[in-house]
Structure formats: structure tokens, C-alpha cells
Design a protein around this ligand. Structure first.
Ligand SMILES: [Zn+2]
Length: 194
């Protein structure tokens, strides 16, 4: 397929738990597309202010300029498009379900759409809208981290609040709490339910 052609689009998902290298892999794909002379645009949700407002960064310091949009108004991404052949969304799990429809439309219109995001939340439950994006995508790569407890491949995101595993009913933001996340395997992943 000619890189300039705008027929034959598709969707691809890079997923996995936290610390599995999703953004590194996204940046690698974007770098390669740019080397091939393709026009690329990256969107990220405005709630993620990690590293800087207008770039996506990997844990090893690599950066790519990103367009910051309201995760509840994905239509803003369509308005900002300027004929790019490759359209990427980082932190796809933070976007509303509107992302699904827009990605389908972009792929139908010949774009290569790349999505990176968590497939499950800290409870180990499928994360909207990523699970549906996985079902609708031509290509899916599920990356693993390394379990901090046992060293086996990790597929789950462990949430820890004030030193204890989070309760499954804990809200997304616990005000004033010391909160952290770890990569863990199925056996070592803990969710308090009692
Ligand atoms: Zn483990």
C-alpha cells in the first residue's frame, strides 16, 4: 500500500497494564511512520498532565508532540485533523465511548488509527472504551509488564492506597491519600472486597 494512499485504513490497539510500555510502543510506531514520510497526529486527553501539557512521554524520556483534547468531546479531534494519514490516541481508556465511532469513521476513510490504553482497571475489570476498540480493531498487541512481587509477566494494575490494596468500591480519586500503582500478575493482584 502506498503510504500516501487514503484508502485501506485500519485500527490497531496497543494495550496492557500500567508499566507495560504501551506509550513506548506507540512512540516507536509514530517514529517509524514519520521516517516513511507519513503525516502523523497524536491526541491525548486533557486530564493527563504527566510530563507536559502538549506531548506524550514514555518513562524513558522520549517525547512526541500531542494535541490535547477534552476526553468527553472526541469530535474535537475530527475538527483538528488536517489530512494526516496516521491518527493516534494515547490513554484511550480515559476517552468517552464516542471514541469508538470516530475511530471507525477514520479507518473507513483510509486512516491508520493507533490506540494505546489500559485494557483493565485496578479491579481487573475491562476498561471502556478499550475493550470495544480491541474487538473492532484489525491488530491488537497486549503487552505485559513484570510483576513487582514475583517477577512473572504482569497483566494487572495494582492500586495501593495508604499502603493497602485498594477496595473495589474505592473512588477514582481519594483526596489526601498516598496512592500508587504497581504492575502485578494474576496471582499477586489484590482487590479488597470486604
Ligand atoms: Zn506475581
Amino acid at each position: 500500500m502506498s503510504p500516501r494512499s487514503l484508502s485501506g485504513g485500519w485500527m490497531e490497539v496497543i494495550t496492557g497494564c500500567m508499566f507495560s510500555g504501551k506509550t513506548d510502543e506507540l512512540i516507536r510506531r509514530l517514529d517509524r511512520a514519520e521516517i516513511a514520510g507519513q503525516d502523523v497526529v497524536v491526541f491525548k486527553p486533557s486530564i493527563d498532565d504527566r510530563y507536559s501539557e502538549d506531548s506524550i512521554g514514555s518513562h524513558n524520556g522520549k517525547q512526541w508532540e500531542a494535541e490535547v483534547i477534552d476526553p468527553e468531546d472526541v469530535g474535537e479531534a475530527e475538527e483538528r485533523l488536517n489530512g494526516e494519514e496516521v491518527v493516534a490516541f494515547d490513554e484511550a481508556n480515559f476517552f468517552s465511548a464516542e471514541l469508538i465511532e470516530i475511530c471507525e469513521k477514520l479507518a473507513d476513510n483510509g486512516r491508520r488509527v493507533i490506540l494505546a490504553g489500559l485494557d483493565t482497571d485496578f479491579r481487573g475489570e475491562p476498561f471502556e472504551p478499550v475493550h470495544e476498540l480491541i474487538a473492532r480493531s484489525e491488530y491488537v498487541d497486549k503487552l505485559q509488564a513484570i510483576c513487582v512481587k514475583c517477577g512473572e509477566p504482569a497483566t494487572r494494575t495494582q492500586r495501593i492506597i495508604d499502603g493497602d490494596p485498594a477496595h473495589r468500591d474505592d473512588p477514582t480519586i481519594v483526596v489526601g491519600a498516598d496512592e500508587k500503582y504497581e504492575a502485578r500478575c494474576r496471582d499477586c493482584h489484590e482487590v479488597r472486597t470486604g
